[in-house]
Write a protein that binds this ligand. Structure first.
Ligand code: SAM
Length: 284
């Protein structure tokens, strides 16, 4: 069972099936064996694991994961890839390909029906045009997922994993609310065909088993304040929070009680700072 990860092997499959890459579906396939080995190492797919892959392409990663996982369910939107996957993955009865748009899939049901109820890992080279909705779907929809290990645009990984400073955003805090993100390594754009415009990165999110923050503060409330804090990145916290309909005097008191300067910006707050601050807001 040969690997598909070399440029030559990918070229052969693509030519044989006369496959046409779709830019709008974010199709850039991995063709670097060393990078794939590092991804497999980072994803730590092992015996007994249940894996979901979004966008298998021609099955390069899928096949490698199928060698060790208990079962892999790969969801691919492009129907022209389905006959290709049937062929490239034919030796793997533990891999199931589903021809659907991941954003329309009821993943909870899928895990129940096809993955023994989980827990599952999401491992994928994500289609970049929908990175955020896919990651948020797996975080928010009460799916029994333990790890999200994905390739995304380098800049997106930097934003998600930023501990402090300008790169932090609502997305950073959203991920931190559910788990611990880690930037694993950069992948040069030449590791893909066709070569995309920007470099990628491989990153992981380990979801908190104990609902660390969820049990302290409800999701809706957390996001209400985080979104308000980041509404205008050039404004400080005091000015952004006035949109909540609270007077500046009152806001000054709240910020001071939380030990935060009124001129501070959202990007300099840790998730712990937010949690403390929101507790003061909610007490009033
Ligand atoms: N995993 C392959 C690899 O690494 O070589 C392909 C990765 S490519 C960056 C993204 C894949 O996601 C493509 O196969 C594309 O057709 C698929 N895709 C795009 N949008 C999708 C969606 N909404 N649902 C499921 N798959 C999607």
């Amino acid at each position: 069972m040969d690997r598909l990860s070399s440029h030559q092997a990918t070229k052969e499959v693509v030519q044989k099936h006369n496959f046409k890459f779709s830019k709008s579906l974010g199709q850039n396939f991995l063709i670097d064996t060393n990078v794939i080995d590092r991804i497999l190492e980072g994803a730590r797919v092992k015996e007994g694991d249940y894996v979901i892959e979004v966008g298998p392409g021609i099955g390069t990663l899928t096949k490698e994961m199928g060698r060790s996982a208990e079962k892999v369910v790969a969801i691919e939107i492009d129907k022209t890839l389905i006959p290709i996957l049937e062929e490239t993955l034919e030796d793997f009865p533990n891999i199931e390909v589903i021809n659907q748009d991941i954003l329309k899939v009821n993943v909870q049901e899928l895990v129940k029906e096809k993955l023994n109820g989980g827990p599952v890992k999401l491992v994928a080279n994500l289609p970049y045009y929908i990175t955020t909705p896919i990651v948020m779907k797996f975080l928010e929809e009460d799916i029994p997922v333990t790890d999200i290990v994905v390739m995304v645009q380098k800049e997106v990984a930097e934003r998600i994993c930023a501990r402090k400073g300008k790169e932090r955003s609502v997305l950073t805090l959203a991920v931190e609310y559910f788990g611990k993100a880690e930037y694993l390594f950069t992948i040069p754009k030449e590791a893909f065909t066709p070569i995309p415009k920007v470099d990628s990165a491989f990153m992981s999110i380990k979801l908190y088993k104990d609902d660390k923050y969820k049990k302290i503060i409800e999701e809706d409330i957390f996001f209400k304040y985080v979104k308000a804090a980041f509404a205008n990145k050039r404004k400080n916290l005091l000015n952004n929070f006035t949109a909540l309909g609270i007077s500046k005097d009152e806001l000054r008191k709240i910020l001071s009680e939380a030990g935060i300067k009124e001129t501070e910006r959202a990007e300099n707050l840790t998730i712990e700072d937010f949690i403390n601050l929101i507790a003061v807001f909610e007490k009033k």
